[in-house]
Design a protein around this ligand. Sequence first.
Ligand SMILES: Cc1ncc(COP(=O)(O)O)c(C=O)c1O
Length: 404
Amino acid sequence: MFKINDNYLKLPGSYLFSTIGKKVAAFQEANPDKNIIRLGIGDVTQPLAPAIIEALHKSVDEMGKAETFRGYAPDLGYEFLRSTIAENDYKKRGADISADEIFVSDGAKSDSGNIGDIFSVDNKIAVCDPVYPVYVDTNAMAGRTGDYIADEQRWSNVIYMPCTAATNFAPELPKETPDIIYLCFPNNPTGSTINKAELQRWVDYANKVGAVIIYDAAYEAYVSEPDVPHTIYECEGARTCAIELRSFSKNAGFTGLRLGFTVIPKDLKSNGVMLHSLWARRHGTKFNGAPYIVQRAGEAVYSEAGRKQTAEQIAYYMNNAKVIREGLASAGYTVSGGVNAPYIWLKTPDNMTSWEFFDYLLEKANVVGTPGSGFGPSGEGYFRLTAFGSYENTVKAIDRIKAL
Ligand SMILES: Cc1ncc(COP(=O)(O)O)c(C=O)c1O
């Protein structure tokens, strides 16, 4: 008789966004005349930039001719894309990362989940609380998190690092020593960042205790302040303790196209074994590469026109972030984020729970956001709004909230 991976059975309830979806659908059905504005899910709305579309058309045509047709991509991704990434995202920022330390993938969600394959199930993970749920759930599926304690909304074998107003929504070094530390800056969901000196403390700590940092920099393109690092490899010593995850989803609108990459420096070793070799083996065995046309589209993001056009899109979203942040602040809300990230994190008024505020906002303002408690216990009493809507809808949503 076959057996299932019963770690899956330990996973709690329904997924946050499906619960939100059901509530919104029920409200819309009961109130068909209401115009609902969605500032909940972190998906982009602007179309792909012209330089990217041009690269897609060109590479599609190449695929239609015998002389330029491409089959399977190289295991690590095409050299043209990896060297462009190494040059623009790393060398230009003074970070010592070479093209053959970059593994092209179909995005940061799969990489953040799959990276666990190369680590023993005995490792203890540390995560921020609140957190992007994928890190915890994929470790739970692998059997690394112990049992779920429903009353406390936490796993028995995970180190939680609370990120609260008291810590400026950044984690503090944990008291118990972890083996694998997940960090995400700029942060989803809180929109917070840490400066280079603060990130250096994490790198020094990881090197000291022999931990590995999995650094999710999916929102790197939204960094606007000069002392906020764009990559963990700006920090000294990161090559021996950090893996970086990157995505084309939010910097260039590839959420539907799918492209990302993971960086594993060759100096990152466990008892002399290079994690780079293990990930190369894993990548070569379980993944057959991102499509050629998508990798060409990714290359176009770094062209002069691509950089200019994607920067304009980011500026558009960040203007929305400003509208939300300043609008809510003027209405008396306590808000953070939205400066180096497309997420605004607000304290719910009158001690409402996150879900009470969700219902209140949906019913009274017809605006959808995301309850902070869905990202972890320390998110209770908070709420996330995203800047990825249209400018018009963003303004309308904030006007409605201000009028409550
Ligand atoms: C922190 C974080 N990492 C990764 C992802 C997923 O990125 P991708 O679209 O590249 O899979 C998201 C998407 O919302 C995210 O918020």
